[in-house]
Ligand binder design. Sequence first.
Ligand SMILES: *[C@@H]1O[C@H](CO)[C@@H](O)[C@H](O)[C@H]1NC(C)=O
Ligand SMILES: *[C@@H]1O[C@H](CO)[C@@H](O)[C@H](O)[C@H]1NC(C)=O
Length: 417
Amino acid sequence: MKSSLPLLLTLASTTAGLVPRTAPVINRDTVPGLAVLPQPLYTSLFDAAGKLQAVTSNAGHVAPTTTIPEVQELPPVQFKDAKRKKIRYGPFRLPGTKEQNWQLKAMGLSGMADEYVPNLLKPCQECMIGALNADLEYADGKTTDGTAWLHHSVLVTAGPKIRDPICNLSATETIFSSGNERSTIRYHVEASPVKAGYRMHPEDTLTLVGEFKNELESEQWVWLAVGYEYFDGRHPDWKDTHISWLSVQSISSSCGAKTNPYGASNLTAKGVPLTNVFSEHSVPWTSPVDATVLGVGGHLHDGGTALDIYQNEKLVCHAPVEYAKGAGGGMSGGGHGHAGAGADAHAGMEAPKPAVEPEHIKSMGGCRLLTPVKKGDTFHLVAHYDLEKHPGSKMEDGSLDEVMGVGTILFFTEPNP
Ligand SMILES: *[C@@H]1O[C@H](CO)[C@@H](O)[C@H](O)[C@H]1NC(C)=O
Ligand SMILES: *[C@@H]1O[C@H](CO)[C@@H](O)[C@H](O)[C@H]1NC(C)=O
């Protein structure tokens, strides 16, 4: 991994001489998108001051070597005029399930590896990112088998020209988040009359926050392979797309809101349902800018029946869930649904098959829109669950596992050049 920190600091201080700007800070308050991470991991990522702590799982261990190149140039798969690069970050050590590490002691999670890596190698100096996806690979370049899970990976950009359009707070932005469903996040809509993408400036840095899980007692080493599909160079005439993440799991994704106006949660602090049938609302997101929504999508676990997204209390997208026997293939035998513009399904790896094949989420709808947003408009999601109709994923002791309700709102604004 190359470090572009000196470059960033030079450029940031040069820019700071012209326009007073706060230096990019990555912490609990400035990266609301990190709240899509499950509890209690989310909380454990920050020190008492709310600053993200550097964590990797490699210290004191010898990493394997690989002959697979760090950067691979590939033909595009999403957009015909785009360039595609796969960048392998790592390697990362996955501890064996019996290892007595802080994840086991503090969170009761075995075989878990947590990684926070700043200054990742970027796909381009300056470009418009069209789509991203992430995969977990072994030293030989093969996708990991069912014994190594991509629990979560999140990418955060930081730079003096970035103004987080979600909370209007900081010079950082969460641009990517994926679990083991390994969905593709899209910032560009090829069929749209509007040319748009996520703008990467030369001085921007990229930070990884990842959590990977081992199912074996012996350690394993993996690489996080991020696929970037992008349009190289400056595109001053293109619009800037952004994604606002809504989540039922944590109110910290809500730009400082302390309470949920929709009442007490129907989930425990760890995201486990308190009842079998419920409709959980996210805290609303208030847009700090005028914008246009290009599409909305979302993500539920098994047991989910539909996801609704509202703009100013008016339903703008109803995304029903479709089930099938043996479908899915998410974590711990559970299934996940992913939908819509912004995010969609992509075959994950197969979980071990139980004796009687339960139904799992096969697919979820989403909505492509071209809807104006006024500064001050609110958006919230409602995740509908019925665990009597569709059993949820279970922990090893038979109790219910956490559920998720995540929504993505893909919108564009005028460029902030
Ligand atoms: C929890 O469920 C109740 C009853 O269905 C509902 O009124 C409430 O809004 C839900 N809470 C949240 C945070 O959505
Ligand atoms: C966003 O923050 C900037 C700088 O603090 C401020 O000038 C601007 O008015 C804010 N925009 C909104 C929509 O609140």
